[in-house]
Ligand binder design. Structure first.
Ligand SMILES: O=C(O)[C@@H](O)[C@H](O)[C@H](O)C(=O)CO
Length: 474
């Protein structure tokens, strides 16, 4: 019987073991999509205890706790930190089979050297050991990033954000990791949500003039894109809970914008027309600057209205949506391609049924002399599991070029989530090793090692083109 989570965890043959330890293990990390706070990074936030560093903000764990019948007071409520930790320690054993079981043990093992199984019996020992380390210093936000060999972090930022802490980090010679913004203008696309009009006002403040027309909105977005680019932004990001496509003219989009600004009802068709024109405008801007455009498709967000009103978004009440993707997505991408204005694009779907669709749609728009211009996004959210990662990689291998994949990301709000990269790298090496052991791939260490290191790091480094001048000023 193989020991639980030993050095060859998830590596089931000698080739896999060799590939992981010789090529993947020590590669640095580019985390090109996450939700970490740039302020907490700049301030090197220290954590008062294990609950603070491990449970706050991690809605993956919150969902498991709720599924285990734990009261909300012990999850997001005002219960004491130790009680919250005990509730999680009691829950971990029943997460067996969920990646949370692996991730939780990996996180404590890698960052704090904890080898005990996480359960209520060991909770006290774990609590004391980790808190002693946290209290001793060297476990602030920056320290956790540095320990994980993270070279680049792309946070998720609103166009109206000041990027104050990205600017401060850029000028901070004491921190090697590049912390760059991502341009995420969801609130400017969601014309039918209550957040739209307040956001228009906020964007107007950010550009120094009120926005009273669609033309002024587009000018403001362009100005913010150039500001983000000046701070080192290389990535945009869109949550498309459905893929909009409805042919529209700028005049039609402008009339719809005017209706929304006056508080009039905008139909679903008009919403799609507005989103289509605005996305095409933004895609042209991204393309001009060489940015990558991320499309996060088919999430169903904030399903539980009562808990959304109480806790807000990203608190564990989301699910997979199953809207039709193929037609609107091909039309949207083709509209940009027709103008030779399609940017590098990463397509994610929360619905894994969409993976073959996305992988084949990608193949219709590769080119421009850019290897892997169109990417099948890493297994996202409910799919960043062992099975989900393998399905995503096999789909890409079967239909596209796995060797050109820009690899894993954490997509997290927790500073302990970098072990997801290790998890992914182990699965990648085991999959390649299995091909070799079955004679389906040559035992060519140079070929395989290059493929592994490209997927772990070099592909992302080349694809996103993070600029050296965006490092902090000496
Ligand atoms: O970027 C998104 O829309 C999602 O990743 C969202 O932030 C979600 O809460 C998440 O973090 C899933 O990992």
């Amino acid at each position: 019987m193989k020991p639980f989570m030993d050095d060859n965890f998830l590596l089931n043959n000698q080739t896999a073991i060799d590939l992981y330890h010789s090529f993947a293990k020590d590669m640095p990390i580019i985390d090109y999509h996450c939700h970490l706070s740039p302020q907490e990074i700049y301030e090197n936030k220290s954590f008062r205890n294990l609950t603070d560093v491990w449970l706050s903000g991690d809605h993956y764990k919150w969902r498991a706790l709720r599924s285990n019948g734990v009261e909300e007071q012990l999850i997001t409520g005002d219960a004491p930190d130790r009680n919250k930790f005990d509730a999680w320690a009691a829950t971990v054993p029943v997460t067996l089979g969920n990646p949370l079981y692996h991730w939780s043990h990996l996180e404590l093992k890698r960052f704090f050297g904890i080898d005990e199984l996480i359960n209520l019996k060991n909770a006290g020992v774990i609590w004391e050991k980790v808190n002693t380390l946290l209290a001793g210093g060297g476990y602030g936000a920056r320290d956790l990033i540095t320990r994980s060999r993270v070279k680049v972090i792309c946070t998720t930022d609103d166009p109206a954000d000041s990027l104050e802490y990205h600017i401060k980090l850029k000028e901070d010679a004491g921190f090697d990791t590049m912390v760059l913004p991502s341009f995420r203008p969801d609130k400017g696309l969601e014309i039918n949500r209550a957040t739209f009009r307040p956001w228009i006002d906020r964007l107007g403040e950010a550009v120094g003039q009120p926005i009273a027309s669609y033309g002024e909105l587009l000018s403001a977005l362009e100005a913010r894109i150039r500001f983000f680019d000046s701070i080192g932004c290389r990535v945009s990001d869109h949550a498309l809970d459905y893929v909009p496509y409805a042919a529209a003219t700028e005049e039609e989009a402008a009339a719809i914008f005017a209706k929304a600004l006056q508080g009039a009802e905008v139909s679903h068709l008009e919403e799609q027309q507005y989103k289509t024109w605005t996305l095409l405008f933004l895609g042209r801007q991204y393309n001009k600057l060489g940015w990558a455009m991320q499309l996060h498709i088919n999430a169903s967000r904030n399903n539980n209205s009562r808990m959304f009103a109480r806790l807000g978004p990203d608190t564990g009440y989301d699910s997979i949506n199953d809207s039709q993707v193929a037609y609107p997505l091909t039309r949207l991408l083709d509209a940009l391609e027709t103008e030779n204005a399609l940017p590098k694009t990463i397509l994610y779907s929360l619905d894994p049924v969409n993976y073959p669709i996305l992988a084949t749609v990608m193949g219709s728009f590769q080119g421009g002399g850019v290897a892997g211009k169109m990417q099948l996004g890493s297994a996202w959210w409910f799919n960043d599991t062992k099975d989900g990662m393998l399905v995503q990689m096999n789909t890409l291998a079967n239909i596209g070029l796995l060797s050109r994949f820009v690899g894993m990301l954490t997509d997290s709000r927790s500073f302990l989530s970098y072990t997801r990269h290790e998890y992914f790298r182990r699965l990648l090496c085991d999959m390649l090793g299995d091909w070799v052991e079955k004679g389906e791939a040559p035992h060519d260490r140079e070929l395989l090692g290059t493929m592994v290191q490209d997927i772990c790091y070099h592909n992302a480094q080349r694809y996103f083109g993070f600029r050296q001048q965006d490092r902090r000023k000496a």
